[in-house]
Write a protein that binds this ligand. Sequence first.
Ligand SMILES: Cc1cc2nc3c(=O)[nH]c(=O)nc-3n(C[C@H](O)[C@H](O)[C@H](O)COP(=O)(O)OP(=O)(O)OC[C@H]3O[C@@H](n4cnc5c(N)ncnc54)[C@H](O)[C@@H]3O)c2cc1C
Ligand code: SF4
Length: 488
Amino acid sequence: MADPRGFLKVREREVPAYRPVPVRLRDWKEVRDELGRDEVVLKRQAGRCMDCGIPFCHQGCPLGNLIPEWNDLMWRGQDADALDRLHATNNFPEFTGRICPAPCETSCVLGINQPAVTIKNVEVEIIDRGFEAGRVTPHIAQRHTGRTVAVVGSGPAGLAAAQQLTRAGHTVAVYERSDRIGGLLRYGVPDFKMEKHHIDRRVAQMEREGTRFRTGIEIGKDLTWEDLRARYDAVLIATGAPVERDLPIPGRDLDGVHFAMSYLEQGNRAAAGEDIPGQLTAEGKHVIVIGGGDTGSDCIGTALRQGAASVTTLAIGKKPPVDRPGNQPWPTDPRVFEVSSSHEEGGTREYLASTVEFVGDESGHVRSLRVAVTQYNPDGSRTPTPGTERDIPADLVLIAMGFTGPEVTSLAAQSQVALTARRHIERTDDYATTHDGVFVAGDAGRGASLVVWAIAEGRAAAAAIDEYLSGSTELPAPVTAHQVALRA
Ligand SMILES: Cc1cc2nc3c(=O)[nH]c(=O)nc-3n(C[C@H](O)[C@H](O)[C@H](O)COP(=O)(O)OP(=O)(O)OC[C@H]3O[C@@H](n4cnc5c(N)ncnc54)[C@H](O)[C@@H]3O)c2cc1C
Ligand code: SF4
């Protein structure tokens, strides 16, 4: 156990401050302040971990991270051992340590009557120190099985599966239709949340371990799903859930109304130094973001850095409570009012705002948004309240209302992978689809979710594939698809 009296001596949470807002708005670098990293504070926080008999944080973390063990090791200054314990359950703690919403912390036992241990911050420190000390090295498989696996999609699910399977001795090729590896980590999540060199560093490690990467190849178009299956002993679909939820109301086709992802992708490419002719930018514009989730929050931070005149986020529902509501008790992960780094930076948030129309000018460009107050009906549906309409000026509207699921047209046409009534990919408890040797993990299997779940599913699917190919497996499987469904 870390300090036996730690949680009694230190009752407050201490995390490094972000860089000041006026400073960080001038660049695309991570908001996290490197200067705020402090050895004493880190040990003090790790020392608050009580090593509970039943560590609920294990259950809160989809990866089952061994949190009390690495808190104890960090408190004792055994950084290398802490890194080993962290890597035992998580291939990419530098991703989760930066952008995971940390459901582990909402289930920390200390959280019952005082602020939770700063688990996520300890995690990111362990891995950052590991890289700085040169301790993150390739793990080369001792033997090769002669079996081949194609992983389609290079987001966190595909990368985690590919790393596990390569280390188990299989020959793994990752196919990615985009020009760069990383999935939404590359072209969705902006640099101010996670800089891209973290992905490049991992990809370099994976290449040295033997994983092969094939960018610019779209399965279903450049190579059919059938041909891919014929070429490899197993296939993993890790293509994400990129179909964006639309808002088909009058004026949807006006200029200036866009899906958030096309805007964020261009922003990420520009931040990476690419020249984007006619880039969609918020500079000098009144921006409205429809949707209050992660994607919407990333649009806010991006628009503010581009010099937007104003940024307003509209959410159709009620403002969530600041504190954990009674019907979502500890150790559940409650739905509460969140203040992301982008929210701290500016913009306004409006709730109970139902968009009824995009209003355009004579040139066909959006001029304003007509919104009404959301009304909750007895059957649970939500509709605009008649007579409450008002117009909000808008030059750029970003639709960030979530994602409806995976793209499945070519998959359905070219393989025997069955779909559910909602056009999601049917899968068993072992991540297998109805097509022999074809598996599915990450957002493509569970619907749009989180990086930590994508890694957890990638690891578990890798274990299922290893077993399919070898008859047994020693790869750890953090969650079955059934457990995923129960916890979703
Ligand atoms: C803007 C935004 C911000 C987010 N922020 C956070 C956050 O802060 N914290 C968090 O935990 N989660 C966040 N998420 C969610 C998280 O990014 C996803 O849950 C996660 O990336 C899913 O991983 P994945 O590997 O399943 O799929 P993805 O990351 O979507 O990767 C799928 C990959 O497959 C490729 N692909 C698709 N079809 C094909 C094909 N036919 N052939 C070849 N390649 C193909 C795609 O190009 C893509 O690279 C965010 C999501 C968005 C959109
Ligand atoms: S991956 Fe997320 S849930 Fe798991 S320990 Fe890290 S911050 Fe917590």
